[in-house]
Design a protein around this ligand. Structure first.
Ligand code: B16
Ligand code: MG
Length: 221
């Protein structure tokens, strides 16, 4: 069946707020008496807020009750949102707007597949709320990436089968989620990191629809 839908991750594909997440998590870790490296932050890409907090607390050797963890996650999110509130359409990553024009002209349906609970807020800030036919975000899923739920829901809401949808992702966990869902993948980033993607490009700049449609639906046992 031909490819008829594109599912886009948000953070690292449409915008890049990884530095905001890092600043906010680092501030939180510092308040608890330890630090976080940039390398450690890399491992949190595509990972949900609660899972990220669990990994950070384990990294700092802390075990805390659920009520305290909820407070900490809220504090981090408030710091993160302060930074997000300053975003504008100028924060859309290079190549995104031109690629979306091509996608629309080709009649390909689009979906957002993000684990972020702030996805709609970010889309609103950058003026891209209407760019997607369907939006699946952290408020609509029970399991984060690498579980395929977010992308399977995206395909289902588009009325397409998974193999008719290509997933665009910057995170290893996101590529794994798409593969587990049976979808071809375009990795945005480094081929050395996104080793399992069907095609890896540094950004959406210069990507053509033809390049993407050439990715035959992959059947994996
Ligand atoms: P929030 P994506 C992910 O977004 C980020 O990559 C990840 O670093 C973040 O922890 C996660 O969203 C949750 O975000 O705290 O806003 O719910 O890449 O799936 O668009
Ligand atoms: Mg991402």
């Amino acid at each position: 069946m031909p490819i008829q839908g594109f599912l886009f991750d948000l953070d690292g594909v449409i915008v890049d707020t990884a530095i905001f997440h890092y600043q906010a998590w680092r501030r939180l870790a510092n308040s608890l008496g330890f630090d976080l490296s940039e390398e450690f932050n890399e491992t949190l890409k595509g990972v949900s807020r609660t899972e990220s907090l669990d990994r950070i607390l384990a990294h700092g050797g802390l075990t805390l009750p659920e009520t305290r963890k909820t407070e900490l996650a809220t504090q981090k999110n408030n710091w993160y949102l302060e930074l997000v509130s300053r975003m504008t359409p100028a924060d859309i990553l290079p190549g995104v707007t031109a690629f979306f024009s091509q996608v629309e002209a080709a009649g390909i349906r689009t979906g957002l597949g993000s684990v972020s609970k702030n996805a709609r807020l970010i889309l609103d800030q950058i003026g891209m709320m209407d760019a997607f036919d369907v939006i699946i975000d952290g408020t609509k899923i029970a399991k984060g990436k690498p579980d395929p739920e977010v992308f399977l829901k995206g395909a289902a809401e588009l009325g397409l089968s998974p193999s008719q949808c290509v997933v665009f992702e910057d995170a290893v966990a996101g590529i794994e989620a798409a593969r587990r869902g049976g979808m071809p993948t375009v990795g945005i980033g480094s081929p050395a990191v996104l080793t399992d993607a069907d095609l890896v490009i540094p950004s959406l700049e210069r990507l053509t629809i033809a390049d993407v449609l050439a990715l035959a639906p992959v059947s994996r046992a």
